[in-house]
Design a protein around this ligand. Structure first.
Ligand SMILES: CC(=O)SCCNC(=O)CCNC(=O)[C@H](O)C(C)(C)COP(=O)(O)OP(=O)(O)OC[C@H]1O[C@@H](n2cnc3c(N)ncnc32)[C@H](O)[C@@H]1OP(=O)(O)O
Length: 470
């Protein structure tokens, strides 16, 4: 870590600090504003601010309660993280430092809380590119290759001209192995920076496994190099009486390689292991909204080509074609038959909750968009399902209802809790409260139905585009 004080003046000692007269209390600077993190692959990129800069979830969380750094004027912190050895180097520059009433933030400690031991001095860092050029290859050489996908055409364009064969591989390893644990500990800063709510896992627990996705390039000389693209940490839970559940707890694809199918490959690989080792099922630990979207796309694809399910899907489609939405006596579209839920878990390792999420997408992709009656019936059935989900919750919660409504500010959802209480409605003299409340509830429900329809259509589109590529 290098602390550069612009103008060459030393950082003032405590005595001098007392004499500095501040007219107002130091407002501080948000960590998000003055810290930049670059991912670099060679010495030349270090110090070049046009290098690949990441967009961390929230750097403020590592700096006190208000996320601010105090005591510095003109502070700039550039962190250079090597994607060769995953070491880091912090270059800190500022015009002056003095206590403006809130102290002087100890930057070294704060940065060590994020980057830990992987933060090293500049010379050491620059040397690490050649010294540790084979570190990923060495650590992963003992791993089991779960999947190997050859790369062709454009995908190899960034490789060396002498490159003969390139492939993307997923390699599975136990985190208890010392070199693997060490490599993971160097990846922790990326987890903290890029996975919302991410925290280090306990590498001393033998039930943790890690799946690395790498690009392997074999040179004409016969030698090969390996580049790390991402990883997934998976916990093997015991499931009574003699089975295991796989839980994907942390998945990260390095930002410059995202959106190229590597996340999907990691998830498919975990699924492949789950099926071949006949575990109970695969679950996710608090998946982000985007990861959940990806998971539903992947599972829906598997379900679409799952022969035993075809009859159930066709029969659901027939009931939508024939159904009359004005007859409220029977549901147009019920969930999948319970027997299928069990078969899907046994054969595809998709659990019941996730299967239910995919079910409506499975139906939707099989509908004829020109069949208006069928499409209308589908929307009615989604609406019925949303309403019954909420009513079920309602009866469980003594009239308190929690519903998720979309907002205008992006992907995050807003949750609304409301209480439906018959007495309250009677007490309302004009009945206006009750009618206002039910109007609001109706609007919220409609919004929720629209949001769910939008999600179904989006996933269906994605799945159809994948299906055509395969
Ligand atoms: C339990 C937890 O860990 S929760 C936290 C999850 N992790 C994070 O949030 C960390 C930051 N995010 C990431 O690391 C990544 O975005 C991940 C892991 C979530 C997803 O990995 P990615 O490699 O980006 O996913 P992948 O490329 O497979 O799919 C993403 C997109 O690429 C598209 N895609 C997938 N394969 C291909 C392909 N072969 N060609 C073109 N596009 C493709 C997908 O359709 C998807 O597009 P969409 O966003 O329009 O739906």
């Amino acid at each position: 870590m290098a602390l550069k004080h612009k103008g060459g003046e030393p950082v003032p000692d405590a005595k001098k600090r007392k004499r500095v007269g501040f007219t107002k209390i130091d407002p501080g600077i948000e960590a998000n504003e003055c810290i930049k993190v670059f991912l670099v692959k060679n010495q030349d990129e270090v110090g070049d601010r046009s290098s690949f800069c990441i967009d961390p979830v929230d750097l403020n969380q590592f700096f006190g309660e208000d996320g601010k750094i105090y005591g510095y004027k003109g502070l700039k912190i550039d962190i250079w993280l090597s994607i060769v050895s995953f070491h880091g180097y912090a270059e800190i520059t500022f015009e002056s430092a003095s206590d403006g009433g809130k102290g002087i933030t100890d930057l070294k400690t704060a940065l060590q809380n994020i980057f830990g031991e992987s933060l090293i001095e500049k010379t050491d860092f620059l040397e690490s590119f050649s010294r540790e050029s084979q570190c990923i290859r060495t650590v992963l050489s003992d791993g089991a290759v779960v999947r190997s996908v050859p790369l062709m055409g454009d995908e190899t364009s960034e490789t060396h001209v002498d490159a003969e064969v390139s492939a993307v591989e997923v390699i599975r390893m136990n985190l208890l192995s010392m070199p693997v644990g060490l490599l993971y500990s160097r990846l922790i800063p990326l987890v903290l920076l890029l996975v919302e709510g991410g925290s280090p896992i306990d590498i001393a627990d033998p039930r943790w496994e890690i799946y690395f996705v790498v690009k392997k390039t074999r040179e004409k000389s016969g030698d090969y190099s390996i580049k790390l693209l991402g990883f997934a940490a998976v916990y093997q839970f015991y499931h009574y009486p003699d089975s295991t559940r796989l839980r994907i707890s942390q998945i990260l694809v390095l930002p410059q390689y995202q959106g190229k199918g590597y996340g999907r490959l990691l998830l498919e690989s975990v699924n492949f292991v789950a099926v071949s080792e006949n575990v109970y099922d695969v679950t996710f630990e608090e998946p982000s909204e985007y990861l959940q979207h990806l998971r539903t796309c992947i599972d829906t694809l598997h379900l679409l080509s799952f022969e035993p399910l075809k009859l159930a899907i066709n029969s659901a489609i027939s009931s939508l074609k024939e159904g009359n939405p004005s007859k409220k006596t029977s549901k147009l579209l019920s969930g999948p038959p319970p027997r299928m839920t069990e078969i899907v878990r046994q054969k595809l390792k998709i659990n019941k909750k996730q299967f239910l999420r995919c079910w409506e997408v499975l139906i939707y992709v099989n509908l004829d968009p020109k069949d208006k009656k069928c499409m209308d019936n589908f929307k009615t059935s989604v609406s019925d399902r949303v309403r019954s989900d909420i009513l079920d919750k309602d009866s469980e919660n003594n009239g308190k209802r929690l519903i998720e409504v979309p907002n205008d500010y992006g992907h995050d959802m807003t949750f609304v809790v409301f209480q439906s209480n018959a007495d309250e409605e009677v007490d309302d003299q004009n009945g206006s409260l009750a009618s206002d409340q039910s109007r609001t509830q109706e609007e919220q429900l409609n919004q929720l139905v629209d949001k769910q329809m939008k999600d179904i259509i989006e996933i269906a589109k994605k799945v159809s585009s994948f299906d055509n590529k395969q």
